[in-house]
Design a protein around this ligand. Structure first.
Ligand code: 5GP
Length: 132
């Protein structure tokens, strides 16, 4: 039986490492199921969806996490990225049924990819925020 791959959470206090998988997607080295792209952001379908709709939105700038982004990004980057998250969710038809945004930051959250990403989850009732 194949061994289940154990993914290690990252340390979000470390400097940005541009070999991470989302940096490679941004450079076009790895394909993605693109949903949206603009000056500040790229959105694509999660490779391992946790809901019928599971889209990741990432900033084009090099930011490890929400902590890094909210501290260092320019006002234009923050506005552009935030608007993109809303636009992608609206475009996926999620406003009326409702959806969830989630951004993991660092080890305790289980963040696996050290490039900021916001998960957009929807397409079914999502239940409680955290597993009990
Ligand atoms: P995190 O746990 O860091 O918040 O979420 C990382 C997400 O990235 C996971 O939901 C995982 O399925 C997704 N992911 C990891 N590698 C890839 C990839 O190469 N392509 C896509 N589209 N999603 C990925």
């Amino acid at each position: 039986m194949p061994k289940k791959e154990m993914k290690m959470p990252i340390d979000a206090t470390q400097p940005y490492d541009d070999s991470n998988i989302f940096a490679r997607i941004l450079r076009g080295e790895i394909p993605c199921g693109k949903v949206h792209e603009d000056e500040y952001s790229l959105a694509f379908n999660d490779i391992n969806p946790q809901a019928p709709v599971h889209i990741l939105v990432i900033p084009k700038g090099a930011y490890v996490s929400w902590d890094d982004f909210s501290e260092r990004a320019s006002t234009d980057e923050i506005a552009g990225f935030t608007r993109a998250v809303g636009k992608v969710a609206r475009g996926a038809g999620l406003v009326e049924p409702g959806y969830r945004l989630l951004a993991n930051v660092g080890a305790g959250s289980g963040q696996e990819v050290p490039h900021l990403h916001v998960h957009i989850l929807g397409g079914k009732p999502l239940g409680p925020m955290l597993s009990r």
